[in-house]
Design a protein around this ligand. Structure first.
Ligand code: G3H
Length: 249
């Protein structure tokens, strides 16, 4: 079902003590927002974070996982391992995974299948680079990222998928897509889904925007009809800023 969601991706930030301090600060925040709130700590702090937040309204999610069930994949984490500590949602396809760890659409299709098979919800990320936008190819790039990784799925799978549009040029740069640019792309994404699966599926999928979302711009971005929330990086590392964004809903 389509929901408003604000998810904080902590990326490779915060050791255990810093994670505990941020969680304490998050628990001190109050909200009347209707958005689902999630945070994604590093793997080393995932269990601790889950334990500390399991009675709160903040869901603890993972930043990545491997497609295999288990085996000789040094340094990797499986869907079952996430499930075993109470984690039921994973971010896949973040542009940093694509760029620095060579994650391809084909690999992401396998990871998505593995997550869904274990009942793990997927926040599937994609987005164009600056050169793509400058050359007017952003819709082709984004459309292909979605089709290549997700369009082998049955329609029902989208009940467990959240999409996150993150233009690479807006991530960590302070440069945000304008609310209109975000809306235009989100409408294109929803139409892409509708063309393949029909409006009933497309209208029910939450589509998040990510890329330099801050307290000062969240409300305007989230007010757009096809923007159902945000995937927040830098601003999610400060509890007050993060909840100011949550409270934009
Ligand atoms: O996963 C989050 C995104 O990469 C956005 O990061 P940012 O808010 O620091 O630009």
């Amino acid at each position: 079902m389509r929901k408003n969601i604000v998810a904080g991706n902590w990326k490779m930030n915060n050791d255990l003590a810093q994670t505990e301090a941020l969680i304490t600060a998050l628990k001190n925040q109050t909200t009347s927002s209707n958005a689902e709130v999630m945070v994604a700590p590093t793997f080393t702090n995932l269990f601790q974070a889950y334990q500390a937040l399991k009675t709160s309204n903040i869901e603890v999610i993972a930043q990545n996982m491997h497609f295999a069930e288990n085996g000789a994949y040094t340094g990797e984490i499986s869907a079952s391992m996430l499930k075993s500590i109470g984690v039921n949602t994973v971010i896949l396809g973040h542009s940093e995974r694509r760029e620095y760890f060579n994650e391809t659409d084909e690999l992401l299709a396998k990871k998505t299948d593995a997550a869904l098979a274990k009942g793990i919800r997927v926040i599937f990320c994609f987005g164009e680079e600056l050169a793509d936008r400058k050359s007017g190819n952003e819709e082709t790039i984004v459309g292909n990222q979605i089709k290549n990784a997700l369009f082998h799925l049955e329609a029902a799978a989208f009940q467990n998928i959240v999409l996150a549009y993150e233009p690479v040029w807006a991530i960590g740069t302070g440069e945000t897509a304008s609310p209109e640019q975000a809306q235009d792309m989100h409408a294109f994404i929803r139409k892409t889904l509708a063309d393949k699966y029909g409006n009933d599926v497309a209208d029910e999928v939450s589509i998040l925007y990510g890329g330099s979302v801050k307290p000062a711009n969240a409300e305007e971005i989230f007010s757009k009809p096809d923007v159902d929330g945000g995937l927040i990086g830098g601003a999610a590392l400060n509890a007050e800023d993060f909840f100011a964004i949550v409270n934009a809903f």
